[in-house]
Design a protein around this ligand. Structure first.
Ligand SMILES: Nc1ncnc2c1ncn2[C@@H]1O[C@H](COP(=O)(O)OP(=O)(O)OP(=O)(O)O)[C@@H](O)[C@H]1O
Length: 858
């Protein structure tokens, strides 16, 4: 326990798995946590003269299934192994930490999600610009950036790191800015300095400056990147040569999507369980790295026309040559996770099976390369040019490693015959000795007449003869009895022992030699790491382009035409996700949206609930976004003046969101749009203002629309609203145009036509929708009565009185209080002042009594 305590003291905030013989044990608090997470038995043992200590453990071979569970539960796990052979020492065996696995730093296949990056992030928070870095040790990707809090937030949301490093004294500031959902870990203040960051990067990349990476001016980003490297050291990851470059995430290169937009457009996550996201629809990739790259593309749509067009041209090629698409894709499907494989090779963690998979992956490169080199499309040809078959190393693997080797080198039979003379000799010896043992068994059966004689082996006394009790009397005298079982006895003989030492000696040498030869091969892989990493990235890109082509062909998407104008012209566009999810037989109704900064800047779209307003808004953004990642789009024709920012805001629903008033959140979110407009912005405002009373809501919505209209940038905007009062605006503001989503009313029921048509609408059909939803008839008739009174009043001023009158006229009261009732305000005040945390039950009853009195109770 002394040794344990010493090691544990160095890693107080990690669960320490302490190797004892064939088990990994946990003690004390760690044991309590481990037992709970892993569902293993928690026991107690004596802890010296002191009291007891909790203990929970599992067999060492179960590590692969238990470790991921601990890490997924958000724990850092320190693995403490025996550093010497217990047989070789008489004292306590030497132990030390061999790896610290954390949520953000892992190579373990069981921890990693194969279609997702496993990013470790570091955030350097400062008052002005903050820095951020992302590192995926399993793929070798390393990136950094800097910007304001919004930008950092957006990057965190888009790349969803599994662990975030923060300066020790800034954890609470971090949580305040970005929420508590990230697994954070703190590093000391001295790590977060310019000098340390710079030195760490220079030392890691072995360069004299950071100019070559284009990050030399990103002071804050460099600090964050330095923190990531420091963490690798602290977690005992010293072999990291595969992290051989760092990229800058250039804010100017990508379309600005803030976190609300990523959420509202349901790019990666949907609040509705089981609902599909845009990523789910787009992800038709065959390889894990293709899927990971696609996620990155979707989070970072491009702004540069040339680069987007290169992607689009490649997609077009494959839609026109489906045979090429099929051929290349079938090759890619056997590539596997080349990116992670080569990273594992770089850090000496590959198994023989991984190496065979690497060989298979490299085998696919020549046919892909050949095909691409014959293609006219430049972007594809250039992928072909850059692909490198790494023929030499592939052949070496082919020559040396068995085609179907075991997972572990120690199991043997990894290296092919003919690779190493000594190995061949030893194998012959081991084999012939085995053969000899078989012959010996036959001979002894004949000699002794023990027909059931068997040769067996165990770890305690090696090879033995097993004799069933019925033949006991026939056992020769010189045999030495070693073990008695219920039905049999086990014996050893001089001759057996002699052959045992020959076999075991040879086997031990074989194992040693195979391990050595295998690690030499892995060593020779090192010089190909950069090349194979590049191949993996090219294959990932190709995979995404093929996925887009496949999607276009399956779903009848078209190639968008991009230009530098400020117009968005979507002819008969569709919502890529909804159209895939409609019930069988239902068809998605396409709609045309034309926006520009001149005549049609703001489309004011009215229509009843459920008519399809939100779908039109979102499909406009999704189509623009898909076009700018190089994907074909669901429409008849699209001409798109490039967009540089997409903003979407959805009016607050009644969900209670993180303690803040939902309306406040809505207003905050909208304010950040109005402060960041550009002439290439596309804005979607969906029922902004509905989080407050009608009068407030109409006024705020009006003012926001007016502000956008009057902005010198004239950003293109789709504004969906229930408030038909906003249709008035088109009379005064020349760039606001009214539209509505058509419906038909048949027998007082609504039929949704889902077609966007010019012109406003003059009522809201909420009551009909409520009726369709099965509201009790009393509620419907009451609502109709109130609506009628309001409509009869004609103008809003008197509307309020009418509403009150309607309230009095009604048969029953719908609400307990008038909103401005002073009693209500007093009660509210009382409740707000109450300290629930310290309130005793008796005090609570007294408080209730006070409140009761306030509303006239006795
Ligand atoms: N063009 C369309 N073709 C077919 N179905 C559609 C279409 N547009 C919308 N829908 C269907 O109608 C449902 C409601 O659409 P949507 O949410 O866009 O309505 P809304 O007018 O925004 O309603 P609310 O005001 O209640 O938010 C969608 O979930 C979808 O299933």
């Amino acid at each position: 326990m002394k040794q344990y305590n010493k090691i544990k003291a160095k890693h107080p905030d990690a669960i320490l798995l302490f190797r004892v013989g064939d088990f990994y044990e946990t003690f004390g608090e760690d044991a309590v946590k481990a037992a709970e997470i892993l569902g293993i038995v928690l026991t107690k043992r004596k802890n010296g003269s002191a009291s007891h200590i909790e203990l929970a453990g599992f067999p060492h071979h179960a590590m692969d299934s238990y470790l991921p569970k601990l890490v997924r539960a958000g724990h850092r796990v320190a693995i403490c192994d025996q550093l010497e052979d217990p047989k070789m020492t008489k004292k306590i065996v030497k132990r030390g930490i061999t790896e610290l696995v954390t949520p953000g730093v892992s190579y373990n296949d069981k921890i990693l999600h194969h279609t997702e990056n496993n990013f470790l992030a570091a955030v350097h928070l400062t008052d002005e610009f903050s820095g951020i870095a992302f590192l995926d040790i399993s793929t070798g990707e390393f990136m950094c950036a800097q910007g304001n809090i919004d930008y950092i937030d957006k990057l965190l949301q888009s790349l969803s790191p599994n662990e975030v490093l923060v300066q020790r004294n800034k954890i609470s500031q971090f949580e305040q800015e970005f929420g508590k959902s990230y697994h954070t870990y703190h590093l000391e203040d001295w790590v977060f300095t310019s000098e340390f960051g710079n030195d760490s990067l220079l030392e890691h990349f072995k360069t004299k400056s950071l100019k070559g990476f284009g990050i030399e001016n990103l002071e804050k980003g460099i600090i964050a990147a330095g923190a990531c490297l420091q963490y690798l050291k602290e977690t005992q990851h010293h072999q990291v040569s595969h992290i051989n470059t760092i990229h800058r995430i250039e804010q100017d290169k990508y379309v600005w999507l803030d976190k609300f937009t990523i959420r509202n457009l349901e790019l990666f996550y949907s609040p509705n369980e089981g609902a599909k996201t845009l990523f789910n629809i787009l992800d038709r990739t065959e390889s894990p790295m293709g899927s990971r790259l696609l996620k990155r593309w979707l989070a970072l749509p491009l702004k540069e026309k040339k680069v987007i067009e290169e992607r689009l041209d490649a997609v077009e090629y494959f839609t026109k040559k489906p045979d090429d698409k099929k051929d290349i894709w079938s090759q890619i499907s056997s590539v596997g996770d080349l990116e992670r494989l080569i990273s594992k090779a770089a850090v000496n963690r590959v198994s023989p099976r991984d190496v065979i998979q690497l060989k298979k992956a490299l085998l696919t490169i020549p046919p892909i390369k050949e095909k691409l080199l014959n293609v006219k499309t430049e972007s594809l040809k250039s992928i072909g040019d850059q692909l490198h078959p790494c023929e030499h190393i592939r052949q070496k693997i082919e020559e040396q490693i068995q085609d179907d080797p075991p997972l572990n080198v120690a199991k043997g039979n990894v290296i092919k015959d003919g690779v190493n003379d000594e190995l061949d000799e030893l194998r012959k010896l081991a084999f012939s000795s085995r053969d000899y043992l078989e012959k010996m068994q036959k001979r002894e059966v004949e000699k002794t007449g023990i027909s059931s004689l068997k040769v067996g082996f165990n770890n305690v006394f090696g090879y033995y003869f097993e004799v069933r009790n019925t033949f006991k009397s026939k056992v020769p005298e010189e045999w030495i009895r070693k073990q008695t079982l219920v039905n049999a006895e086990r014996y050893i003989t001089e001759e057996l022992k002699e052959y045992e030492s020959k076999i075991l000696g040879a086997e031990e040498k074989i194992q040693h030699l195979e391990t050595q030869l295998f690690s030499e091969l892995v060593q020779s892989l090192q010089e190909y790491v950069g090349q194979i990493q590049q191949d993996a990235q090219l294959i990932a890109k190709l995979d995404c382009l093929l996925a887009f082509a496949d999607l276009a062909m399956r779903n009848d998407y078209v190639k968008p035409v991009l230009n530098e104008t400020l117009k968005i012209d979507i002819e008969e566009g569709r919502h890529p996700v909804i159209e895939q999810q409609l019930p069988l037989g239902e068809e998605y109704i396409s709609n045309t949206v034309r926006l520009d900064n001149d005549q049609n800047q703001i489309m004011m779209i009215t229509g009843p609930n459920m008519s399809g307003k939100s779908a039109i808004l979102r499909q406009t953004a999704l189509i623009s976004l898909m076009a700018q990642i190089g994907c074909f789009v669901p429409a008849k024709k699209v001409t798109l003046g490039l967009v540089d920012k997409i903003f979407t805001r959805v009016g607050a629903s009644d969900n209670i969101s993180m303690g803040e008033s939902t309306f406040m959140v809505e207003m905050n979110e909208t304010a950040s749009i109005l402060n960041n407009l550009s002439e290439r912005s596309l804005i979607l405002l969906d029922e902004i203002g509905r989080g407050t009373s009608t009068y407030d809501g109409v006024s705020i919505a009006w003012a926001i629309a007016e502000y956008i209209h009057e902005s010198p940038f004239k950003p293109k905007t789709l504004f969906a609203t229930h408030y038909h009062e906003l249709n008035e605006m088109a009379n005064t503001f020349e760039r606001i145009k009214n539209f509505n989503v058509a419906i038909k009313e048949v027998d007082k029921k609504i039929i949704f036509i889902r077609k966007l048509v010019p012109g406003g609408s003059n009522h809201s059909f909420g009551i009909h929708v409520a009726d369709m939803a099965g509201m009790p008839p009393e509620v419907i008739s009451k609502a109709s009565l109130i609506l009628k009174k309001l409509e009869d009043s004609g103008e809003t001023e008197t509307g309020k009185e009418q509403l009150q009158q309607a309230q009095k006229d009604s048969d029953y009261q719908l609400s307990f209080f008038q909103l401005d009732d002073p009693t209500l305000l007093q009660i509210k005040d009382q409740i707000m002042k109450t300290e629930i945390d310290t309130l005793t039950p008796v005090e609570a009853l007294m408080k209730l009594n006070e409140i009761k009195k306030l509303i006239g109770g006795k």
